[in-house]
Structure formats: C-alpha cells, structure tokens
Ligand binder design. Structure first.
Ligand code: FHN
Length: 482
C-alpha cells in the first residue's frame, strides 16, 4: 500500500487489490458490439454524445428509489400470517389469487400522499433524482393508464395520478424523475411472466389459472402501450426508465420493440435489465457495492434502507446513518451512484425512521457534498479493502474484506480524503501522493484554515486537530498540482 493511516494496526493479512485510476475511467466497453434486431442509442451514439447524455446522472451520485404500490396495504401480512420475503413480493410469496389481490385496489386510498413533501425530502437528503415504481411485478399501475384499467386512477377511490403530481413537483423543485417499469413479470395480467417462488410448479410458475395466457398478447396490450404512456404523458420526464427482472420471455425481438420506443427519446437513460441482450446504460448491482466498481461502465448500487423495498409494517431493520453514509461515500469513491430505496405506507407516507435517516445524510452532504457530487473516483484504491486469502464467497472466489478507515474522491485539482477512523497520531500520512500536495484543510471547517503540512522525502504529513469534526466522516481536502 502506498498510503498509510498511521494509527491503524492491520490484524488480518490481506491481499491488496490493485485498483488503479485507469480501471475506473468510464468509456465504452472494449467488447465486440452485440448485434441487436433494433440498434439502441448505446449502439449508435459517439462517446462524446454518450458523455453528454449521461452527464447529469454521473454528477448526481445520489438518488431516491421509491417502491410503492398495493402491497403497502397488506404490508407483509396476509390472512393473519407474516409472509417471509420482501414486501412487494407478497402476492407471489403467499400465492395470492389474482381476484383476491386485485380486491386490494378499492381499498387503496393514500390520502396523505404529498408529492411536494416527498420531493422536498429527497432534496433535503441531497438526492438529485428519484425513480418510482410505475408498475411493479404485481401489475398494478401507479399512474393514469388508458391501456389497462388496473391502475390507481381507474381502480381506486384515490383517483389521483402520483406520477403526474411527482412530475409537477420535480419540475418546481429542480429534481429529476425516473420511472421503474416491470416489463416482463406481471402477475395479474394474463400471459405475464412470473418467477418461481414457493410451490408454483407449473411451467409458467403461475399459481392461478387467471394468470395463464399469451406473453405476446400481454406485451402488446399492456406493457408496450403502458411504456408508451409513461414516455409521453409527463413532458420532460421520465429521464430514467428502470426495467427489472427480464425472463427468457424477453427475447431480443421482443425487447427490440421496446427499444424502438426508447429510441424516440434521445436523452433517456435506461438500465441493463431490459433483457434480450441489450446492455442499456447502467449496471445495477443490487444490495451490494462492487469492490472495484464496473470499469468502463456507468453503475448504480440500489439498496434498501431496511430489508424490504415495498413497505412491511414490521421491518424495522433500518440501516444506521453511519452505514448509509459510508455506502454513499464508498460508492462515490468507486465511480458509481447510490439509489437508496424508501417504501411509503398505504397512506402514502414515507416512514419516519426512513425520513429521519435521509435528513441526516442531507445534513452531512450540505457541508461535504463538494466531495461527492461530480467527483471522480479514488486515485489510490487499496484503502477500500482487500481480498481475503482465506475466506471465500458463495461462488468460490476470494471474499473482499472492506476496510473502513477512509475513502477518497477527486476533482481536477483536489483530492478528498473522507476519514471514517480518525488517526490517533494527530496526522494523516501519505506516501508518494499521486500529485504534489500544495495545501490542505477540512471541508467542515467553515474558515477552511490551512492545516500544517510536512513534506519529507516522497511523503506528506497533514497535521489534524485532535478530534474529528464529524462523527461519521470528516473530509480532508488536499489542494494539488501536477
Ligand atoms: O424483484 C425485484 C424487487 O422486488 C425489487 O424491485 C428490486 C429492486 O432492484 N428488483 C427486483 C429484484 O432484483
């Protein structure tokens, strides 16, 4: 390791993973282009066009994922039993018949839903975009759909279109809005796909004959018309379409029909979960942070704030603000985005424990956001952790053991060191920094008072105050020249 935080004793022998800056550079993947029945924008645009299209997303770093739908009514309990698994999967996990599940719609009246408050919360959290479930696997559309009447406007007493209200608020408050759409799995539309859980032994994994039907008919009468509606009903939004869980049904030819629609919106960003071998714009690691990011690809870690995406009344397994902030910093240091999920309840309210955590993250970002937004990845690498020579992951590969002393992000002439573990020695020690350090200060120090620097040989010592300025992460800024 070329960089040492002096007070930290290494107790486990770890094999250092070499993460050079070059590995994080984002460019088009160096692979043969895949032949698609309909070329997507990613197949045809230049690198410069791609950089321009992705710019706001790369700068933003932090977004809100919202899983909200009918499943917020049962909230994890069906027929008096707590159903194991994630809340939005309750229909599948409890094998709920279509008619019984659909009967939730007349009970859905989320009168406390306030787009203004949700967008304001995302802003207060320091988030730059939000992505909401327009239709999840249960097939219920959370928007005004003329294509299919199983939707929040036509089938509930609420009769309002939350996506329209969010679009208006996002416009007013300066937030980007994206839509999640389950294009393949649909458990209430005849012919829609279903993943197997429990005892769904039929070849289609359906558990109710009302689900049986022709996939192409589902695609042409529901999914494609609804995707068209989503792409055209909300003016400049969506800026992101977030597809999910493609199955073998999503063949290249079928996916190409959707790509034809997406191609009509040249600024749109869409993820790698459409299916049919389309790679989209973004890798989507779920519930984990890839140790080395995704060299050559844009990526976004999506994660729950507790252990479910859709609201479950008894899931209080909330991550601490410290964990959430470390995740955000860790992801930024590896060049990715953090899409952090909240699950509104059946009244449309984001649980207080979730909102409080977001407010805390926002307070940190209000002081330290400069180190996160529009930052570039670390110039170092080994500070993130190392591969264990002993422990293995499920697939038999060496396990990555993260280290939580510090991370680093960069900008043109600055190196940011986000310090989690405050050095007891009173200084931060750098051996062979990649650029000449000319001065240093702490971002949370309102006066940005220069810290004493000692250059000896090829190393630099930055003198630090006795105590960290922030209990979770204090950002040391190094002004540098080449
Ligand atoms: O099955 C879904 C799940 O419910 C949730 O929406 C997540 C979010 O990334 N995506 C799928 C699982 O990968």
């Amino acid at each position: 390791m070329n960089l040492v935080c002096r007070n930290i004793a290494t107790v486990v022998i770890l094999v250092a993973v070499s993460l050079s800056h070059a590995q994080f550079e984002r460019s088009k993947p160096d692979t043969q282009p895949i032949h698609h029945p309909v070329p997507s924008i990613q197949d045809t645009e230049s690198l410069a066009q791609r950089d321009a299209r992705m710019q706001w997303w790369r700068e933003g770093r932090f977004g809100m994922f919202i899983h909200w739908g009918l499943y917020s009514i049962p909230a994890g309990t069906w027929d008096g039993k707590q159903i194991p698994g994630i809340g939005e999967w309750i229909m599948n996990n409890a094998s709920i018949p279509v008619a019984e599940y659909k009967a939730l719609a007349p009970r859905f009246n989320p009168t406390s839903f306030s787009a203004r408050e949700i967008v304001a919360l995302a802003k207060a959290a320091g988030m730059k975009y939000m992505v909401i479930t327009a239709k999840h696997h249960d097939g219920f559309a959370m928007f005004d759909s003329k294509a299919n009447s199983f939707n929040i406007v036509a089938a509930t007493p609420f009769k309002r279109d939350p996506l329209r209200e969010l679009a208006e608020e996002c416009r007013k408050q300066g937030m980007k809005l994206g839509f999640y759409y389950s294009q393949d799995q649909d458990w209430t539309a005849p012919g829609g796909s279903a993943y197997k859980t429990g005892n769904h032994d039929s070849a289609s994994h359906h558990w109710d004959s009302a689900q049986d039907g022709d996939f192409d008919s589902y695609l042409h009468t529901k999914a494609i018309p609804q995707i068209k509606e989503l792409l055209t009903q909300y003016a400049e939004f969506p800026v992101v379409v977030w597809f999910d869980t493609p199955t073998a049904n999503m063949t290249p030819d079928r996916a190409a029909e959707i790509v034809t629609l997406l191609n009509q919106h040249p600024n749109l960003i869409w993820n790698n979960r459409l299916g049919g071998s389309y790679q989209g714009d973004t890798e989507t690691p779920e519930q984990y942070i890839p140790p080395q990011g995704f060299p050559g690809r844009d990526w976004e870690s999506c994660m729950t704030i507790n252990a479910t995406w859709g609201y479950k009344s008894y899931d209080t397994n909330f991550k601490s603000v410290e964990t959430l902030l470390r995740n955000l910093i860790d992801i930024a240091s590896k060049g990715g985005n953090y899409l952090l999920n909240v699950g509104p309840d059946s009244k449309g309210v984001i649980p207080a424990a979730e909102a409080e955590r977001l407010q805390q993250i926002g307070k940190w970002l209000a002081v330290n956001g400069e180190a996160i937004y529009d930052s570039k990845p670390t110039l170092f690498g080994p500070e993130a952790g190392a591969l264990s020579p002993i422990e293995e992951e499920k697939m038999g590969n060496p396990k990555f053991i993260p280290s939580w002393n510090w991370r680093s992000t960069t900008k043109a002439d600055k190196i940011y060191i986000e310090i989690f573990t405050w050095p007891g020695s009173g200084s931060f020690h750098l051996v062979k920094p990649p650029r000449k350090v000319t001065s240093a200060y702490l971002l949370a120090d309102p006066t940005h008072t220069p810290l004493k620097l000692m250059q000896t040989g090829d190393s630099v010592n930055v003198h630090l105050p006795a105590k960290a300025l922030d209990p979770i992460a204090t950002v040391l800024v190094l002004n540098t020249s080449n």
